[in-house]
Design a binder for this molecule. Structure first.
Ligand SMILES: [Zn+2]
Length: 389
């Protein structure tokens, strides 16, 4: 027993040191070994050992000396950005996006968009083809791929459970299947969780441990970051605010099979529905935004009505979770930036005053593709050593 403990412990300590070095470089950017030692509190030999291991995994690289600031000759370590990449796949109702990024999360400009096929096998084939295209860079190792999926995701199984807006994924495990086809590590995230990670690592929530992110798109999703951890519920199904009842009688049919759900009145598809009725033809939200921005159609009353229901969702989130900040991610504000103020004012009237006074409401900056990338980076980081052992 004693010998087992003595062999396990050094390995565990080594992994935790690697994680610490990784964290320092993630938060502080390129540093020399001496700077990493100073920032992490680890000894120089310990840092060297951890760096060698992380370089072996492909997570770190030495910055090219010619890139370094003049007069600072010490080689800089950084998260791999030239020798390795990760991929992000954002699955959505109309189309899916495949992107690549360095281990620092900075997106490359090689986004591929593919229309979302009508069957799961076609979806897998389309995603595999796009991913292989992005992976085909000489001298660049692809370390992993993150998939963001709308709807319910069972994290115990890594599978989609129920996606009213992309039902072809129901009961399927796209990350598991893509890992098999592509031969790289893949991870699946519910899209609101992906947006939370995007905002925390690359957006306006840096350093924040308690915030909520309301995603108003084709549906209404919610991500809660509480104490630095995503609130997932028993199996990952928490946060489905879009399917609470907002219209008790006579509400429209929702993708979940119920009627009058919040996302039938507070989503961009709700706005498209209003606009289609007004214009007498079917329009999608992209066209609605174009028509409204160009002034071709006056959809301000419809947009304000939808904004009013978004405020109901914001007030509910503030009352339920007491977050320090609520981020709102939505294309609605592209129609008219003043709609944001409408949402804030209406949320103020609906939320409990002490909770509202303690909370900021902010337009989100992150994207789902950034979230998919943040998801795989977190997965790879956790693979080195979990945060709590
Ligand atoms: Zn519903």
């Amino acid at each position: 027993m004693l010998s087992a403990i003595t062999t396990i412990r050094p390995a565990l300590v080594g992994k935790l040191n690697e994680r610490q070095v990784l964290r320092v470089l993630q938060s502080r950017g390129p540093l020399s070994r001496a700077e990493v030692a100073r920032e992490s509190g680890l000894s120089a030999p310990t840092v060297s050992k951890a760096v060698a291991s992380l370089k072996g995994l492909g997570l770190l690289e030495e910055a090219d000396a010619t890139e370094l600031a003049r007069g600072r000759p010490a080689p800089k370590l950084r998260l791999a950005t030239e020798s390795a990449q990760v991929l992000g796949v954002a699955i959505d109702a109309g189309h899916c996006e495949v992107v690549s990024a360095g281990l620092d999360g900075a997106l490359h400009d090689d986004t591929l968009a593919v229309p979302t096929p009508a069957t799961y096998p076609e979806l897998l084939t389309a995603l595999e083809r796009a991913a292989r295209e992005v992976m085909a860079k000489p001298g660049v190792r692809t370390l992993g791929l993150g998939v963001s999926l709308p709807g319910l995701v069972d994290y115990r199984k890594g599978c989609g459970v129920l996606s009213p807006n992309v039902p072809v994924t129901d009961g399927h495990c796209p990350a598991v299947d893509l890992a098999e086809r592509l031969g790289v590590e893949c991870t699946l995230l519910q899209e609101s969780h992906a947006l939370c990670l995007a905002e925390r690592h690359h957006g306006l929530a840096k350093g924040m441990d308690d915030f909520a992110l309301l995603d108003v798109g084709a549906g209404v999703g919610l991500g809660i970051m509480s104490g630095g951890r995503l609130l997932k519920g028993r199996s990952g199904l928490a946060g489905e605010i879009g399917h609470i009842t907002a219209v008790a009688e006579g509400g429209r049919k929702c993708g979940c099979g119920n009627t009058g759900c919040l996302e039938t009145v507070a989503s961009d598809s709700a706005l498209a529905w209003h606009a289609s009725r007004k214009l007498g033809r079917n329009v999608d939200v992209d066209e609605v935004i174009e028509l409204a921005k160009s002034g071709t159609a006056d959809l301000s009353a419809e947009a304000r009505e939808v904004a009013g229901f978004v405020a109901v969702a914001v007030a509910a989130v503030i009352n339920l979770f007491n977050p320090a900040t609520v981020f709102i991610h939505t294309p609605l504000f592209e129609i008219d930036a003043a709609l944001f103020d409408v949402v804030v004012e209406k949320a103020r009237r609906r939320a409990l005053p002490p909770s509202f006074a303690d909370c900021r409401i902010v337009r989100a900056k992150g994207s789902k593709r950034q979230g998919a990338v943040a998801g795989i980076i977190q997965h790879l980081t956790d693979s080195v050593a979990p945060e709590v052992v």
